[in-house]
Design a protein around this ligand. Structure first.
Ligand SMILES: Cc1ncc(COP(=O)(O)O)c(C=O)c1O
Length: 376
């Protein structure tokens, strides 16, 4: 049994001295929010890191998704995968837009382009892809469909900070991309997010929406909300941005070690990341096949007894959660791949809080259930 509970998504925290220095500067300037130096500095650094024209920070990823949809004037229906965190769907529903759930590809776990066109109706205004676990969506295929049907395409990039597709950083695809910098994410600002785009007009619209439509002091020229990131969150962002290379190294080391130790365990498959692309290696994902003697849910319970708090990201899929599942429109939704994968998936702790010794213990447990059960 592990000495203390190990959670999925324990925060990656950069250098404390750097953080406190930023916070002291903030107090000296007495500027706590409303686009101060720290937020502006972070936005410019994000643009550089992601090689994108505009990065507009927000108070969280959910608000980033809402503002992105609003900035593109989306209405009616938006096609998205059901296999994602509920915020992707709720952000649409919150704006009175209907999420239409599409199945995923069994290899990438991202939205399956071959299933999208059947879902397009005269009400469809966009496709919303999710780069799940930092594995990029098939952006070219999605772009072709969006262009053919003259609908918008944008992405939930909450998992994909620091990842790439064909050598281009996530953040540059579709009309815009929405990131989450929640504490559990690879790169965190406590709570926070950003919308990135290469479109100047869209970027201006987003900036207005994030701050009540203010173009200048006392000059409001559009509808807007309070979507702003504050200075202390930006201080955390600047601190953590400096640390991301070492977090990637740790995550990758952990992934390789888990892989080595589990390679002979029947029925457990460790999901890998594409060679030659950048990845944050933030998610340690196992799929269980019928060869493993425990079901996914039995395994979660066993691990919990041993202080290993694995998670079922994302079970049971948005279409099986409220307010969607009780609605007549969704009762017919059959998403075979989503339902299969979501019943077999398991996420294990990784990140800078997890040591090699922890990984040895966790993998020993995974092996022991396998042999115990077989020897029963
Ligand atoms: C795929 C996905 N989309 C959106 C969000 C929402 O981001 P936030 O928690 O920053 O609002 C999250 C995570 O929390 C997520 O995992």
């Amino acid at each position: 049994m592990l000495k203390k509970p190990l959670h999925v998504g324990t925060p990656n925290i950069g250098n404390r001295e750097t953080f406190f220095k930023h916070v002291n500067d903030m107090f000296d300037k007495k500027w706590l929010t409303n686009g101060g130096d720290l937020v502006q500095n972070l936005e410019r650094k994000l643009e550089k890191f992601l090689n994108v024209k505009h990065a507009i920070t927000t108070c969280n990823g959910t608000r980033a998704l809402e503002i992105a949809a609003k900035a593109m004037d989306l209405q009616g229906e938006v096609i998205m995968p059901s296999f994602t965190f509920i915020a992707t769907a709720h952000a649409l529903e919150w704006l009175g837009i209907t999420p239409v759930f599409c199945d995923i590809d069994p290899e990438s776990f991202c939205i399956d382009p071959s299933k999208i066109e059947d879902l397009i109706t005269p009400k469809t205004s966009a496709i919303l892809g999710v780069h799940l676990y930092g594995r990029a969506c098939p952006t070219e295929a999605l772009q072709r469909i969006a262009e053919k049907h003259k609908i918008k395409l944008y992405y939930d990039a909450a998992h994909a900070f620091g990842c790439s597709r064909n050598g281009n950083m996530i953040g540059n695809f579709g009309e815009c991309e929405a990131f989450s910098f929640h504490a559990t994410k690879f790169f965190n600002t406590f709570e926070g997010g950003a919308i990135t785009t290469n479109d100047d007009t869209l970027a201006n619209k987003i900036r207005l929406l994030v701050n009540y439509g203010f173009e200048d002091t006392d000059k409001v020229i559009s509808l807007g909300t309070n979507g702003k990131m504050n200075e202390i969150c930006a201080a955390m962002g600047l601190t953590n941005l400096e640390a991301i290379n070492s977090v990637v190294q740790t995550n990758k080391f952990n992934h390789i070690l888990y892989g080595e130790l589990l390679k002979d365990v029947q029925g457990l498959e460790l999901i890998s990341f594409e060679e030659g692309e950048r990845n944050n290696w933030q998610y340690l994902i196992l799929t269980l096949t019928s060869e493993y003697p425990l079901s996914r849910d039995e395994l979660i319970k066993e691990l919990e007894k041993q202080n290993v708090l694995a998670r079922r990201y994302f079970w049971p899929g948005c279409h099986r959660m409220e307010p969607y599942k009780s609605r007549k429109t969704y009762s017919q939704t059959q998403l075979y791949v989503t339902e299969t994968i979501s019943s077999r998936i398991l996420i294990l702790p990784t990140g800078s809080a997890v040591t090699a010794n922890d990984i040895h213990q966790i993998t020993d447990l995974l092996k022991s259930y396998s042999t115990d059960t077989l020897n029963r």
